[in-house]
Every structure is written in structure tokens, then in C-alpha cells.
Design a protein around this ligand. Structure first.
Ligand code: 5GP
Length: 197
């Protein structure tokens, strides 16, 4: 029987890669005082770790999107408090899948005339892309599995898992609903897959 879930990015791998991203961003944005804009809610663990890896002055703000339909249509449900006009903006995303959400969001933010507008995404589901979107900073390339943990949810749950997990069998995961996080925190599931590069 195939395993219902598999760890694809461990806590240690996340920490190492985010430290590298933070260092690159600190170098590229030195003296620019960028605004990092996190896209709620999935960005929360990522942006919390990322900003602590950026050893240069910057500000942090957030956006919350409402999704409607299936074509990546989104509207801004909660906007940034900081004006983005004339600022160096770095959008912080948990995951880019089809790219539809990000392309809509980039269009929305470009209208506000930032001095520059770039994106950092922790996870990039390359095989699922429908529209090309620029990703200046990227944590990991992954396959097309449904992922949970480290900010990513299923029905609002599992954002608290310390690593990123792929759901290999959704039906069995639903049966195991209560024991899944227990197993993760007790590290009783062994072996990482080759899904993340
Ligand atoms: P896109 O518009 O690029 O197709 O989708 C982006 C959004 O879809 C992400 O911000 C995230 O909310 C959701 N998403 C895409 N793939 C996954 C996944 O594997 N797991 C979870 N939990 N959400 C995902």
C-alpha cells in the first residue's frame, strides 16, 4: 500500500535554504529599505524565518486575498498598511502553482508604481505552470503533488507542521486525519523523497 504522505522538504532543509535566500536578498537590497509584502495566510512561517535571515533594514507588510472562480481570479481582501508607491517591493509567496494568482497580484501591485517589484516564493510547482511569471528568488522546485505544512493548509489545518509534506493518497490521509500531525511531530515517518530539488 502506498504511503499516504511523504516529507518532501525537511525542517533542516528549509532553514538552510531560507538562510541562503535571506543572504541573497540582503545583498541585493542593501540600502534600498525594501518592503517585504507577505501574501496571507500561507506565507506566515516563511516570512517569519526569512526576515530574520535578512541582515539589512527593511519593512514588512501583508496582503490577504479572496479567491473566486478557478482561473486565479483574486481580489484584495486586506491591503497593505504601507503605501507601496516609490518603494522597492518584494512579494513573499508560499507557493506558486499555475502562476495565475501571482500574475494577477503583480498586475495589481504594478499599478501602485513601486520603484521595483520582485517575488520570492518558497516553493515552485514548475510542472503545473499555466502562465509565465517572473520569480526572482525561489526556495525549492517541486512536482505536482498536493502539499501541506510550513504554512500550507488543507481545510485550514496543518499549517503548523515544521516541514513540507506531499499528500500521496488523499483518501487515506482523511482516514488518518487525527494521527497524521502526531506522526509528523513524533517523526515516526522516515525517508524524504526526491520530489524537492
Ligand atoms: P496558483 O494561482 O499559482 O495556481 O495558486 C497559488 C495558490 O494556490 C497558493 O498561494 C496556495 O494558496 C494554493 N496552492 C497551490 N498549490 C498548493 C498545494 O500544493 N498545497 C496547498 N495547501 N495550497 C496550494
Amino acid at each position: 500500500m502506498k504511503t499516504p504522505y511523504l516529507e518532501v522538504v525537511s525542517e533542516d532543509a528549509l532553514a538552510k535554504r531560507i538562510a541562503e535566500l535571506g543572504e541573497a536578498i540582503a545583498t541585493d537590497y542593501a540600502d534600498l529599505n525594501p518592503v517585504l509584502v507577505g501574501v496571507l495566510k500561507g506565507c506566515v512561517p516563511f516570512i517569519a524565518d526569512l526576515i530574520r535571515a535578512i541582515d539589512e533594514p527593511h519593512e514588512v507588510d501583508f496582503l490577504l486575498l479572496t479567491r473566486f472562480g478557478t482561473k486565479g481570479r483574486v481580489s484584495v481582501a486586506m491591503d497593505t498598511a504601507i503605501s507601496l508607491e516609490g518603494r522597492h517591493v518584494l512579494l513573499v509567496e508560499d507557493i506558486v502553482d499555475t502562476g495565475l494568482t501571482l500574475s494577477t497580484l503583480l498586475r495589481n501591485l504594478a499599478v501602485r508604481q513601486p520603484a521595483s517589484l520582485k517575488t520570492v516564493a518558497l516553493l515552485d510547482k514548475v510542472p503545473r505552470r499555466i502562465v509565465e511569471v517572473p520569480l526572482e528568488y525561489r526556495g525549492f522546485e517541486i512536482g505536482d503533488e498536493f502539499l501541506l505544512g510550513y504554512g500550507l493548509d488543507w481545510n485550514g489545518r496543518y499549517r503548523n507542521l515544521p516541514g513540507v509534506w506531499a499528500v500521496m493518497d488523499m483518501e487515506r490521509l482523511q482516514d488518518l486525519d487525527e494521527s497524521f500531525p502526531e506522526a509528523v511531530f513524533a517523526s515516526t515517518v522516515d525517508g524524504s523523497s526526491e520530489i524537492a530539488r
